[in-house]
Design a binder for this molecule. Structure first.
Ligand SMILES: [Fe+2]
Length: 128
């Protein structure tokens, strides 16, 4: 059965933003961070939307709809918390470590060049 619902421009924009992340040139670790953030934006949007509809349903005395929307809201909140936990427990730290390793790799050639240049006194040695 085909949905007859109207498509939502906001959701379409969130999906496009998430799809565009792949073209940003992020490291795989940073892409994971960005994708989790994008997924959380979607969850927050859903929580706001379902929360509003739930409030309307309650005001109209639609008890069955309120019950279903409560279940849906709990699922959305649980997913947001799960994404948050994944980010905080693993993904963010992994991205920081990867960025630090990349920074170190970029500094290594400079150190190697200094070493190859011989025993020139360091700037620190000049001060002593
Ligand atoms: Fe969701």
């Amino acid at each position: 059965m085909r949905s007859r619902g109207k498509s939502c421009e906001a959701v379409r924009g969130l999906v496009e933003d998430a799809q565009d992340l792949a073209d940003k040139g992020f490291s795989p670790e940073l892409l994971d961070v960005a994708l989790i953030a994008a997924a959380q934006k979607m969850e927050h949007f859903e929580i706001a939307a379902y929360g509003s509809v739930r409030a309307h349903a309650e005001a109209l005395g639609l008890d069955k709809a309120v019950k279903l929307l409560d279940e849906t809201l709990e699922e959305e909140k649980a997913m947001d918390e799960r994404l948050n936990k994944i980010a905080l427990d693993e993904v963010n730290e992994r991205a920081l470590e990867a960025e630090e390793e990349q920074d170190d790799d970029q500094k290594r050639p400079a150190r190697a060049e200094r070493a190859a240049a011989g025993n020139k006194p360091s700037s620190r040695a000049k001060q002593e």
